[in-house]
Ligand binder design. Structure first.
Ligand code: PLP
Length: 428
């Protein structure tokens, strides 16, 4: 497997773009490698500029639940493209996508489209603050909600990988309104809420934490948060940018049967184009401009191409049996991965919610940020590089979720399990 063209491009990119990439984790720094430059994707595979082929478990970091270049989405995009790329005026497409989203998430009465997950959470928090007239927020260690100021406090994803939980450039005066609590720690939540409720606007969380791998909520954790926030008039925000339409069609809120006050979406609802959304109860969303006084806007928000890709994706996902098929693929991968680790004699912990999952190189049960950090990241780095050479593209960091798509075949999964077994042996 040669990487000459990728390495040449990386050299050029580093002169032009910070770290050679437009989002930090793409640079492979956590695994001590150099990124491969991708030229195209098809189904479950991506192809790099040197002609290498990989089975893809990153899927653009979550959006591509149907795989790359799904023919229905591509055709719909071609048709939409002939009508122009943006109008800055309302379209029927925005109405259609909003209807699909609200139908799937009964906790939301209204939704506003934005261009990224970062915008969705940033807007949701502003709306929650406007609604409650309070300033403070609670977030959880290791939860990543995009890179808005005030949310980059003990955040996961790239922030965990690079050990910069508090980014320079975020004023202390912003961060001081953010209270962080360990995920799954009910008694800490109770205490913080009881002591601060008068100034608490919202509690925001990833109901399944995908930005430190895949950390599941303990039984009762989400229920208690729901009860506490309701009792004290605090807005409960589920950041389902990753879990929405991913763990199941109705997201983690349907999976666990919890109804939050507000929900943030992104990734899957854009079908691979830049989309985010934030929505919630009528009375809360009535705060949003021009209906209410909380300002929120976007030149390209509700972009017709992005709406088209989102609509087509949700249409396919809403078909009968789609999630049954996804579950079959994910569970056969799960069985194979757990079994491969056993056969290779490597101690791992595996977690999964629907089609997102993570294997940690640790013996400790992973329930929060601290326990996720017990994973042997040096071993993960060796594992990653070995997998890459076997044509397996997994996230270049221990602290990221893996994803599987509808396009992954039985053959893909079998090949992957074999590669995992061999790579695990190599890391011993
Ligand atoms: C990816 C992600 C975001 C940020 O979305 P962007 O589109 O990258 O800005 C926010 N929250 C969660 C849970 C995410 O996984």
């Amino acid at each position: 497997m040669g990487f000459t063209k990728s390495h040449r491009l990386y050299k050029r990119a580093q002169k032009l773009i910070p770290g050679g990439v437009n989002s930090p984790v793409r640079a492979f720094r956590a695994v001590g490698g150099k990124p491969v430059f991708i030229s195209r994707g098809q189904g479950s595979k991506i192809y790099d500029v040197d002609g290498n082929r990989y089975i893809d478990y990153v899927l653009s970091w979550g959006p591509l639940i149907l795989g790359h270049a799904h023919p229905k989405i591509m055709n719909a995009l071609r048709t939409a493209l002939d009508k122009g790329t943006s109008y800055g005026a309302p379209t029927s497409l925005e109405v259609e996508l909003a209807e699909l989203v609200l139908k799937a998430y009964p906790s939301m009465d209204k939704v506003r489209m934005v261009n990224s997950g970062t915008e969705a959470t940033m807007s949701a928090i502003r709306i929650a603050r406007g609604f409650t007239g309070r300033d403070k927020i609670i977030k959880f260690e290791g939860c990543y909600h995009g890179h808005a100021d005030g949310l980059l406090v003990k955040a996961g994803s790239g922030a965990t990988t690079f050990g910069v939980p508090d980014s320079p450039g975020v004023p202390k005066s912003y961060a001081k309104n953010t209270i962080t609590v360990p995920f799954n720690d009910i008694s800490a939540c109770k205490e913080v809420i009881k002591n601060n409720w008068k100034s608490l606007a919202c509690v925001i969380l990833e109901p399944v934490v995908g930005n430190i791998g895949c950390v599941l909520p303990k039984p009762g954790f989400l229920e208690t948060l729901r009860k506490l926030t309701k009792a004290y008039g605090i807005v409960l925000i589920f950041d389902e940018v990753m879990t929405g339409f991913r763990v199941t069609y109705g997201g983690a809120q349907a999976y666990y049967g919890i109804s939050p006050d507000m929900t943030c979406l992104g990734k899957v609802i854009g079908g691979g184009l830049p989309v985010g959304a934030c929505g919630g109860k009528k009375e809360i969303m009535a705060m949003v401009s021009p209906e209410g006084p909380v300002y929120q806007a976007g030149t390209l928000s509700g972009n017709p191409l992005a709406m088209t890709a989102g609509i087509e994706t949700l249409k396919i996902l809403s078909k009968k049996d789609t999630y049954k098929k996804l579950e079959q693929k994910a569970s056969s991968l799960e069985k194979g991965l757990i079994d491969a680790a056993k056969r290779a004699g490597v101690k791992t912990r595996f977690y999964r919610a629907g089609t997102m999952f993570c294997t940690y190189f640790t013996d400790t049960p992973v329930v929060d940020y601290q326990t996720a950090k017990t994973s042997d990241t040096a071993r993960f780095a060796r594992f990653f590089l070995s997998m890459l050479k076997k044509g397996m593209y997994i996230a270049p960091s221990q602290f990221e979720a893996g994803f599987i798509s509808l396009a992954h075949s039985v053959n893909d999964i079998e090949k992957t399990i074999r590669a995992v077994y061999e790579s695990l042996l190599e890391t011993r």
